[in-house]
Design a protein around this ligand. Structure first.
Ligand code: SF4
Length: 240
């Protein structure tokens, strides 16, 4: 499966006013990930093999934050959560609750469209063994912070897993020890932004039963309900 022809491999242009900062195609900030990237480029030259850009409109009210691209998923296709197991549960759920239309076909050319949500990974480059190191999370946090600042209508963030939860707090300048991850909780951050937690939609979590389809749907359904309320009247839930 080849990368989408619509995805440019060129270095990004300098950010226009109000646009989030984007890593270059050859972002050098994480040496270990650069080495892995170059090995993947040599082994699989038709794959994306670069920082995976966020996907969805910048004026969306919901930002979904994953951990990092899967080597045969987003690292291959160039679209977040596309091409491996995790995308199936995520996109089928977004379709069910009106955050997407079309059909998820595990390929950037499948015609799937997002509505009112944008998707990003806390770490934009694929890590070996699917496990980013803390220094890599910190290095890539500048891009997540820039996304959060650029999404001015943003009202809610859905963090998929502990790493994403911590990365969002870091990007918001909130001490990690104050607000611990807990599946199903929806917190209100000091600036009024809602932060919802869910276990990651990974194959491991679903195979072990840590995250079921019903559990994930309950989180997304709650977010849908909150986003449909008047922002002034919106009340956070402590947990589902
Ligand atoms: S993970 Fe982020 S900071 Fe690190 S090399 Fe990739 S784009 Fe750059």
């Amino acid at each position: 499966m080849s990368p989408s022809p619509s995805l440019s491999r060129a270095e990004p242009a300098p950010e226009a006013a109000g646009m989030p900062e984007q890593p270059g195609h050859d972002c050098p900030l994480c040496p270990r990930l650069v080495t892995y990237r170059e090995a993947n480029r040599a082994a699989q030259p038709a794959w994306w093999n670069a920082p995976v850009p966020s996907w969805g409109a910048l004026d969306a009210e919901l930002l979904i934050v994953g951990m990092a691209p899967g080597v045969k998923g987003a690292n291959r296709t160039g679209r977040p959560f596309t091409g491996d197991f995790a995308g199936t549960l995520l996109y089928e759920t977004l379709l069910k609750f009106g955050f997407a239309t079309g059909h998820y076909g595990a390929d950037p050319s499948d015609g799937l469209a997002l509505h009112g949500c944008r998707i990003i990974n806390a770490v934009r480059c694929v890590p070996p063994a699917n496990l980013p190191q803390p220094v890599e999370v910190r290095s890539c946090n500048r891009f997540l912070r820039s996304e959060l600042q650029a999404m001015r209508p943003l009202r809610a963030v859905l963090a998929l897993g502990v790493l994403a939860h911590s990365a969002v707090l870091s990007a918001c300048g909130i001490p990690l020890s104050r607000l611990r991850f807990r599946h199903g909780q929806i917190l209100t951050l000091p600036d009024g932004l809602l932060l919802a937690d869910s276990y990651h939609v990974s194959r491991y979590n679903t195979n072990t039963g840590r995250l079921t389809t019903a559990m994930f749907e309950k989180v997304v359904e709650a977010l849908r309900g909150l986003l449909e309320q008047d922002p002034v009247a919106q009340m956070p839930l402590n947990q589902l």
